[in-house]
Design a protein around this ligand. Structure first.
Ligand code: PLP
Length: 428
């Protein structure tokens, strides 16, 4: 092992933290590297513990849509912190956050704050089961909804990265209530609903899949989910933990014009602090305790620092033309990448929606998990290293999204293209 600060920290961490990291993909094992330990970040740049600068396209896995350490967000956190960091009691900030979400997200009339995306999906599923009185949950292969037991079946993100279909510790009894179907396969979904529709509590989906790279919904896919769930009385849950406030002010549901029954949020609404939320129609949400009988709780839920950081972020995103500008810049970037791929003559596909995108080393279009898994992992690992050595920080997995932030400027994009062009040349 070399003697950088990162390598020394990693060596230490390996002795006292499983795998040396607090979330598996961070360990960079699938790309054959040791993790960089990060000391600070500002705007579009991130700096490791050895002081090296990288252009960041991970964005903390999505939340940092304004870029890192945005002055407005930092000021809001400082202001909130001097007044106390947690009360375990209601605050005005929570009400403002709830109102902002209700105003922004078309299907949400009432919302409950939690502390992570995992908590949001787990609680939404409990609510759907309690509300419908049914047990079965339908999800889609390659979608990741956090690490709650029943949602790990054929999941994306770290499970795809490490090629594990579920996890020891999840009882078969729990898994038997999860049905996982191919993403974008309307016929398989219709067959499932015909057979088991009356027993299905919820259909949960990433409306734009962002945990097997990026896979947009095929025309008619989300509409089919909406139609059949309505007909059978199952609740449709959009997991917008990534897409919420990322692909538009009203998320993917606004972009595609579909109203789910429940929506899960996280990432951006916490401005980089731990957060999650789930919401939906009043009639359903009123079943939550203490108004209703379905239990869910949290010591730090609605934490004032997270609310302040989230509100400061949303305040910027609320501005005129923010998403048009972000989308324009992003489209330019993805198109530039496609040009580089063409020039290099390497079989690769770029999938993107707005400011989220991914590169797959395969010549076939990627429309589902099987397609994503066709991406050449060994080539991705070499590509990752080449990019890192050229100062571009990407997610260390072929099955994660890259994110453009408002802080990326034209020269950042050009720098990334140069690194990309050079890396592809060396790969071919
Ligand atoms: N849902 C989606 C779509 C996600 O991408 C993630 C995490 O990346 C989660 C849920 C879980 O969120 P968290 O990591 O905050 O628990």
């Amino acid at each position: 092992m070399d003697s950088t600060v990162s390598s020394r920290l990693y060596e230490h961490a390996l002795r006292i933290i499983p795998g040396g990291v607090n979330s598996p993909v961070r360990a960079c094992r699938s790309v054959g590297r040791d993790p960089l330990f990060i000391r600070r970040a500002k705007g579009s740049k991130i700096y490791d513990a050895d002081g090296r600068e990288y252009l960041d396209f991970v964005a903390s896995w999505g939340p940092m849509v304004l870029g890192h350490a945005d002055d407005r967000v930092v000021a809001a956190i400082k202001d909130a912190a001097v007044n106390g960091t947690s009360f375990g009691a209601p605050t005005e900030l929570e009400v403002k956050m709830a109102q902002t979400i209700v105003d922004a997200v078309p299907s949400v009339e009432m919302v409950r704050m939690v502390n992570s995306g995992t908590e949001a999906t787990m609680s939404a599923i409990r609510l759907a089961r309690g509300y419908t009185g049914r047990d079965l949950v339908v999800k889609f292969d390659g979608c990741y909804h956090g690490h709650a037991d029943g949602l790990l079946v054929k999941a994306g993100s770290g499970l795809a990265t490490f090629g594990i279909p579920g996890s020891p510790g999840v009882p078969d009894d729990v898994c038997k209530n999860t049905l996982s179907l191919p993403y974008n396969d309307t016929a398989a979904f219709e067959a499932c609903m015909r057979q088991a529709g009356a027993r299905i509590a919820a259909v949960i989906v990433e409306p734009i899949a962002g945990n097997m790279g990026v896979v947009p919904p095929a025309d008619g896919f989300l509409e089919t989910l909406r139609r059949h769930t309505r007909e059978t009385g199952a609740l449709l849950i959009f997991d917008e933990v990534i897409t919420g406030f990322r692909v538009g002010w009203g998320g993917a549901q606004e972009r595609f014009g579909i109203r789910p029954d429940l929506t899960c949020l996280g990432k951006i609404i916490g401005g980089g602090l731990p957060v999650g939320a789930f919401g939906g129609r009043q009639e359903i949400m009123r079943r939550m305790a203490p108004e209703g009988d379905i239990y869910q709780a949290g010591t730090l839920s609605g934490n004032p620092l997270a609310m302040a950081a989230g509100l400061a972020t949303l305040d910027v995103l609320m501005g005129a033309d923010v998403y048009e500008t972000l989308d324009r810049k992003s489209t330019l970037f993805w198109n530039g990448m496609k040009e580089c791929v063409k020039e290099a003559g390497i079989p690769a596909v770029v999938n993107a929606v707005g400011s989220m995108g991914a590169l797959f080393f395969t010549s076939d279009p990627v429309t589902d998990f099987v397609g994503a898994m066709r991406s050449d992992r060994e080539r991705f690992a070499r590509y990752y290293s080449l990019m890192l050595d050229r100062g571009v920080y990407l997610a260390p997995s072929a099955y994660e999204a890259s994110f453009i932030s408002m802080a990326h400027c034209e020269s950042d994009l050009e720098r990334a293209w140069d690194a990309f062009r050079d890396s592809l040349r060396r790969l071919s």
